[in-house]
Ligand binder design. Structure first.
Ligand SMILES: [Zn+2]
Length: 148
């Protein structure tokens, strides 16, 4: 049995379709819809280490550099290709012992009360989409991330 869902996801071929960037140390992917939601908050990305490391303070120097560089590049790509006006980042990670940082784009018109990385997804009028919308975003991000 696989205890860590991130390790399991990295071995699951079907989950590869959400990957927007990867190198020797990290993998960045788009968050798809959670089970209780029909549509995903568009552009919500996560950067994970490939190695099983519980959280901040547990990365080696190469992983820390790769995480920092990747989150900056993914954020720039979200601004350039999706017109995100800001990108929030947070590490929670107390539910799964595998390092991952959330990157949550904020788009123009977001009301002040939802301007928080964990509140954005609760805005009823947030940009949401299904498989097709996510595929378009993934392709734009991939092109930007691999083209520079
Ligand atoms: Zn793991």
């Amino acid at each position: 049995m696989e205890a860590c869902f991130i390790c399991k996801k990295h071995r699951d071929a079907a989950a590869q379709s959400d990957v927007i960037y990867e190198d020797d140390y990290v993998r960045a992917s788009l968050m798809t819809a959670r089970a209780e939601e029909r549509l995903a908050y568009l552009g919500y990305a996560v950067v994970e280490t490939k190695r099983h490391a519980p959280g901040l303070g547990d990365l080696n120097a190469e992983e820390a550099r790769a995480v920092g560089e990747t989150m900056n590049r993914v954020s720039a790509a979200l601004k350039e290709t999706q017109s995100a006006e800001h990108v929030y980042a947070f590490v929670q990670g107390d539910g799964v012992p595998h390092f991952h940082i959330h990157l949550v784009p904020r788009y123009a018109g977001t009301p002040p009360e939802y301007r928080h990385p964990m509140n954005l997804v609760h805005w009823p009028d947030a940009k949401r989409g299904g498989h097709e919308a996510l595929q378009g975003i993934r392709e734009a991000l991939q092109a930007r991330l691999h083209g520079s």
